[in-house]
Design a binder for this molecule. Structure first.
Ligand code: ATP
Ligand code: MG
Length: 554
């Protein structure tokens, strides 16, 4: 069952206090993605947190595109982000673009200049960096710091009108070059960039920096609690400075929490984009990608992702969550929801030598042993069948309870079957096995004669529907580390992350639609792929394996 209340956490406590003390009558949160890539599982955590906190306290949540960098942003990303947020199950109260506030931001910059709190600086980016100092060494003031208000107003206006080249001048806040917090050492708040913006076109050639823009965006929208990730903690004094000195009417409060990191998963848009651009994957929605689009195509459900995000909670300290936890919530969500049917991924032909040629009988099979409401279906059984190659061994080790010469197993929903003969090709590969069935052992007849230790799944060969199966291993074979340069990270790409198999599913699967999900007994949960499936041949992505002993070969 989904439990909608946000687990108790320090952010929820702050909100509760702010409402009880009367500081706010209603809370407003926002999810502020930069449209420079697709959303990933880390964003899902931020989305779930912001929307559910607001929901719980009858507040509001805005979706705001933080599109202040014209170079990397694209409308393709805007559309995908909207789709992903909706798919996760959330609906924003208002949709905003930070770029809609460019006029207001420009005015606020003028407020700073007029108060002597901002100045136009001619130092190069390199020189600004050198002047900034270090954690142990104070910064050095810019020689342009003491320009008059009139001079600054004039130069800033000329920056805006396009008189200068990229990088020639910047607008900087005038705060304190000796501050122990480097973010407060006269940070750059506007830069020149002669590039076309996806929303404002060529109207602007100066663009506000994140630390200046974000607090103004929050304040304009009346955001009460501006929730962001931990790397912005040291920026908070600057956030508060901007709100105060720009004389914003409303005073949002920034609160930081730890990013979500997942084992074997990269959640940096820069790296994900690299995987896409260099064709390690077949797009942002490749089922191996940790993007929302990718895990949706793979077959994750919004419920499982929301439950996962709730369960991991909100903390101040960074940690890495095991990917198996996400898998756990998916299994929990699907186990009683989706039909369980049989599929054979690596087929091996079985001939039942004592079964009459030409005869086909229909056997009854449950659709989900955990949910009777899903009913039963009739499946054909005849003389020729397919089983998994792995369910037969000519020379089995001890404790192998599946099919081997002389051994008898149960064919699920059918009969006890005994293996008598192994047929090989010229190279000695097993191509077919010959078995006999015991008509007395028909499933559901109350047969109590003898017991067998193994039960395996199968498909009737003459009624099998060819299908493709795509099995996945982690795309990256290591933890993500922030220090990685791009090259190291690509070295860790797993060359065996995708395995494509041609096998069979039950005939009644004809016509399955993209996003339909199934449990293939003993093999895992699968989702119909929306890119490669055709009417003739469904393609199934394995979302996650079952917890059973069935292991897919590496
Ligand atoms: P990049 O991947 O390029 O560093 P980003 O992940 O910060 O960028 P944004 O579009 O700026 O991308 O993120 C939107 C919101 O999602 C921000 O509030 C950010 O703090 C939050 N967010 C991003 N990644 C995570 C994560 N791994 N866990 C939790 N929240 C995240
Ligand atoms: Mg960011």
């Amino acid at each position: 069952m989904e439990e909608n209340n946000v687990k108790s956490n320090f952010i929820k406590n702050i909100i509760t206090e702010d409402l009880e003390s009367g500081k706010h009558k209603q809370i407003v949160t926002r999810f502020p993605p930069e449209p420079n890539g697709y959303l990933h599982i880390g964003h899902a955590k931020s989305i779930t947190l912001n929307f559910e906190l607001a929901d719980e306290f009858n507040g509001k949540t805005n979706l705001r595109f933080d599109d202040t960098n014209p170079v990397k942003e694209d409308t393709e990303y805007v559309e995908s982000i909207k789709e992903d947020v909706k798919w996760l199950g959330f609906d924003w109260d208002a949709l905003y673009f930070a770029s809609d506030y460019f006029d207001e931001m420009y005015k606020r910059a003028l407020v700073l200049i007029k108060k002597g709190k901002a100045f136009v600086c001619d130092l190069t980016a390199e020189e600004i960096r050198e002047h900034r100092g270090t954690l142990t060494k104070p910064g050095v003031e810019s020689p342009y710091r003491n320009r008059t208000v009139e001079e600054n107003l004039d130069l800033f206006e000329r920056m805006r009108s396009g008189e200068f080249k990229d990088g020639e001048k910047v607008l900087r806040a005038k705060i304190d070059m000796t501050s122990p917090n480097i973010n407060m050492r006269d940070p750059v708040i506007y830069r020149i960039a002669h590039s076309t913006h996806h929303n404002t076109g060529d109207k602007w050639c100066i663009y506000p920096m994140y630390d200046f823009a974000h607090p103004i965006e929050d304040a304009i929208e009346g955001v009460t609690h501006s929730i962001c990730t931990l790397e912005f903690e040291d920026h908070r004094p600057l956030y508060d400075w901007v709100v105060r000195e720009c004389e914003m009417e409303s005073q949002p409060r920034q609160i930081e929490f730890a990013r979500l990191n997942v084992t074997n998963t990269v959640t940096s848009k820069r790296k994900l984009k690299k995987l896409v651009d260099e064709k390690f994957v077949d797009g942002w929605d490749d089922p191996r990608m940790p993007t929302i689009a990718g895990i949706r195509r793979r077959g994750y459900t919004p419920e499982s992702i929301r439950n996962f995000c709730r369960e991991i909670g909100v903390a101040k300290a960074s940690s890495v969550v095991d990917e198996q936890m996400l898998e756990h919530f998916l299994r929990e969500d699907l186990k009683a929801k989706v039909p369980a049917t049989m599929a054979v991924l690596r087929p091996l032909k079985v001939i039942i030598t004592n079964y009459p040629e030409g005869k086909v009988e229909m056997l009854e099979a449950e659709n989900n042993s955990e949910n009777e409401a899903l009913g039963v279906r009739q499946i054909p059984f005849s003389r020729e069948l397919y089983i998994e190659q792995e369910d037969f061994m000519e020379n089995p080790p001890k404790k192998y309870f599946r099919l081997f010469p002389g051994n008898e197993v149960r064919f699920k929903n059918a009969y006890f079957i005994k293996c008598n003969e192994v047929i090989k090709d010229e190279e000695g590969n097993v191509v077919e096995i010959h078995c006999t069935y015991d008509p007395e052992t028909k499933c559901g007849t109350g047969f109590t004669g003898r017991k067998v230790k193994g039960t395996i799944h199968w498909i009737d060969a003459s009624h099998a529907l060819p299908a493709e199966f795509r099995l996945f291993q982690p795309l990256i074979l290591d933890e993500e580390s922030e220090e990685d340069d791009g090259k190291d990270f690509l070295d860790k790409v797993n060359p065996n992350s995708l395995e494509v198999l041609q096998g069979f599913v039950e005939e009644n699967m004809k016509g399955v639609k993209p996003q339909e999900k199934f449990q293939f007994i003993r093999v895992g949960y699968f989702n119909v792929d929306d890119k490669y499936s055709t009417d003739e041949k469904p393609v199934f992505n394995r979302v996650v394996s079952l917890k059973s002993s069935f292991k897919i070969k590496k």
